[in-house]
Design a protein around this ligand. Structure first.
Ligand code: GRF
Length: 216
């Protein structure tokens, strides 16, 4: 069981290995991130993120897409599951589904995602290969609030890495993932501390509208 702090609570949604989840679990075990991860939910029963959650003593739940073939059925079940925990924030950490408008509206301003590109460049999949194909000299990741537009919500913070000559997509992905693990706890900490809020679809930091994403 990992010690976690504070009243601010999160539910994390994962589909894969959950290395970003692990970074959040580790941060929430320190006073630096005053947040309790109440549950981890996956659309895949074999997601590595579920095992990480169990190891940390966090409720680990699965919603199988075969049981809810339509997106609105899946999201209704997900919504009901979230209501069991009433989280202050829903954190998408490699969750490979697009949420329906109704779920996004229900948690408007309280869902965040991490995307492996410098948005608005390369929304969607295969971002590392696309960055290489485009000849980018720099690549990175973005934490943003989730709206109905895929990878299009207000950006909070970005982290950058160089693209090196001869990089493969895998090498570039590994370099980006390393900074994702710093970026996500940093962004979530801003929200958990109340410094960063999303009001009327805009991010505000310390009472000032955040016109451009922070860079770390
Ligand atoms: C990360 O690259 C994240 O940016 C993307 O999916 C990947 C998830 O990796 N959304 P992990 O499961 O956190 O290791």
């Amino acid at each position: 069981m990992t010690a976690q702090h504070a009243d601010f609570s999160a539910v994390v949604l994962v589909s894969g290995g959950g290395s970003n989840l692990q970074a959040l679990i580790d941060a929430a075990a320190t006073p630096a991130l005053p947040m309790k991860i109440a549950a981890v939910i996956s659309d895949r029963p074999d997601a590595g993120g579920l095992a990480r959650a169990r190891k940390a003593g966090i409720d680990a739940l699965t919603l199988q897409k075969t049981d809810y073939p339509q997106p609105d059925q899946f999201d209704a079940a997900l919504s009901a599951m979230l209501d069991l925990y009433l989280p202050d924030i829903v954190i998408l950490a490699g969750f490979m589904r697009i949420l329906t408008a109704s779920l996004v509206h229900r948690y408007a301003g309280r869902i965040v995602n991490i995307h492996p590109s410098l948005l608005p460049k390369f929304p969607g999949l295969h971002t590392h290969q696309r960055a290489l194909d485009a000849g980018e000299r720099e690549h990175g990741c973005t934490v943003h609030f989730v709206t109905e537009e895929l990878d299009g919500g207000p950006r909070i913070v970005q982290g950058r890495v160089p693209v090196r000559p001869g990089d493969s997509a895998e090498q570039l992905a590994a370099r980006v993932l390393e900074i994702e693990h710093k970026l996500y706890p940093y962004a979530v900490r801003l929200i958990a501390s109340g410094r960063l809020v999303c009001k009327r679809g805009e991010p505000w930091l310390d009472g000032q509208r955040l016109r451009e994403p922070l860079q770390i």
